[in-house]
Write a protein that binds this ligand. Structure first.
Ligand code: UDP
Ligand code: MG
Length: 318
């Protein structure tokens, strides 16, 4: 393999409707930059003909490489596989659905020339459903309070990383990967620019409501233990309030003798406390679960097929 200046990493899950258009647009945008490049596709266990399409692309163009997972492992695993595969001095992560416009790639490469280790293309929220953008911005605001790293609204995975930034990301050993946090955590000189949001070229988004909520929880918990701290504060506040309330009752009893106790108050306190205890237990459980999955040390993904295997097969059948 000759030296390669740019690696493009594209995780794909059931993208056979757009993959060809995406590939053509990307190559069209890359060629005028006069840099040697490779395009690494990661088929994340697609059930449509994505893998066949990737085989075709790899056979037609030696700059195309691909890895196909044995099942769907999620986009995070796909990105990780891509970073591991990449050989370029600059690595660009992008989606296959043309929501990350390939036309922006030359600009990212130019900014890299100015010495930035991370170049982030940040999308605005134009054309997005009102509900979703409201929820997202609320989420990012909440995240800002909780997380020890900055996660900016609209900054997604569409970004360029220098080789040393990629090495830094790969050096992190955790199993529960939350890229947005990781990219922010590694630091280095970062620059970002905003582009207009575009909707998906074809196919469907794989992020339904539930998946987004789970992703949100992952993000919140994988970077710090602040939710636990919050639970401690809530517990202490309640305990203090209870003490004051108890004193008040005792004084009342001392002054006026025993009255019929308020069942409503009692019940409210019991229910509120159990709710908080359950929630706290849930938070602790989440962390324990994470520790459990980290200790298993399972691989992030399993590879079923790569272009190297394809070449081997071609050789052996010749
Ligand atoms: N993707 C993936 N594995 C998954 C889900 C998504 O590799 O389990 C890929 C998908 O093919 C696309 C990118 O991740 O290239 C972004 O997915 P999608 O467009 O569904 O997300 P959205 O743009 O709605 O956030
Ligand atoms: Mg998309």
């Amino acid at each position: 393999m000759t030296e390669c200046q740019v690696s493009i990493i594209v995780p794909c899950f059931n993208e056979d409707e757009v993959i060809d258009t995406f590939h053509d647009t990307l190559v069209f945008a890359l060629e005028p930059t006069r840099r040697s490049f490779e395009i690494c596709y990661i088929d994340d266990g697609s059930s449509d003909s994505t893998r066949e399409k990737l085989r075709g692309l790899a056979a037609a163009d030696e700059r195309v490489r691909y890895t196909s997972f044995s099942r769907n492992f999620g986009k995070e695993a796909g990105m990780l596989a891509g970073l591991r595969m990449s050989r370029g001095d600059a690595v660009i992560l992008m989606d296959a659905d043309l929501q990350h416009p390939p036309q922006l790639v030359p600009r990212m490469l130019e900014l890299r020339q100015h010495g930035y280790d991370q170049v982030v293309a940040r999308r605005d929220r134009s054309g997005e459903g009102a509900m979703r953008s409201l929820l997202s911005s609320a989420y990012y605001r909440a995240m800002g309070h909780f997380m020890e790293v900055d996660v900016v609204d609209g900054e997604g995975d569409f970004r360029l990383l220098s080789r040393r930034a990629v090495d830094a990301v790969l050096a992190l050993p955790e199993t529960n990967r939350f890229s947005k946090g990781i990219f922010s955590w590694i630091g280095f000189d970062t620059v970002s620019f905003t582009y207009r949001n575009v909707s998906r070229a074809a196919g469907r988004s794989k992020w339904g409501g539930r998946r987004l909520i789970n992703y949100g929880i992952d993000g919140l918990l994988s970077f710090n233990s602040r939710p636990l701290r919050l639970a401690i504060y809530a517990g202490m506040t309640l305990a203090l309030t209870a003490c004051v309330y108890a004193l008040w009752i005792i004084t009342g009893v001392a002054l006026h003798g025993i009255e019929v106790p308020g069942y409503a108050t009692l019940l409210t306190v019991v229910v509120a406390l159990s709710g908080i205890q359950l929630a706290t237990l849930g938070i602790i459980g989440e962390y324990v679960g994470r520790i459990y999955s980290e200790t298993k040390r399972r691989p992030f993904y399993l590879v079923q097929e790569t272009e190297d295997l394809l070449h081997q097969r071609q050789v052996s059948t010749e």
